[in-house]
Ligand binder design. Structure first.
Ligand SMILES: [Fe+2]
Length: 151
């Protein structure tokens, strides 16, 4: 296993998880209307999951001899709940991609592979959950997409 490359990839993941903490928290803070009752809790739960992953990855980077990043990527902001859900799906899909990339680098280190697989499983559950949520709202989502384009 190439430790330097693995640390770099884990830091890329940590940036993504920090982004999730901020993005999901903001969504939870600002979601309004009838959906607030459902989605404020869900988004804040996702923010906590991202923080949980950030904690695991940050500690692992440190254990491998690296410096855990304090940077994050750009946060996608919207006040539209459907757009929040789309951003959520996009975020979880990107996480699956990053953890898969890290798993390729971790080959040969069984413990690290298992560690990453445990998190990957949760990221995939996130993808599945947002996919199911959005499936029932396809028509509305299309309308939201059209109005975004118009605006
Ligand atoms: Fe995560």
């Amino acid at each position: 296993m190439d430790t330097t490359n693995t640390i770099d990839k884990l830091n890329q993941i940590l940036r993504h998880e920090w982004t999730g903490v901020a993005q999901y928290s903001q969504a939870g803070f600002i979601v309004t209307g009838l959906w607030r009752e459902v989605y404020a809790k869900m988004f804040l739960g996702n923010a906590e999951e991202s923080f949980g992953h950030a904690k695991l990855i940050g500690e692992k980077i440190s254990a491998l001899g690296g410096i855990p990043t304090v940077e994050r990527n750009e946060v996608k902001q919207t006040s539209d709940v459907l757009e929040m859900l789309h951003y959520g799906l996009e975020f979880e899909s990107k996480a699956v991609e990053l953890y898969n990339e890290a798993l390729e680098l971790a080959e040969g280190d069984r413990a690290l592979v298992v560690f990453l697989e445990d998190i990957l499983k949760e990221e995939q559950e996130g993808v599945d959950e947002f996919t199911l949520l959005l499936r029932d709202h396809q028509v509305t989502a299309n309308l939201a997409g059209a109005s975004t384009k118009a605006g």
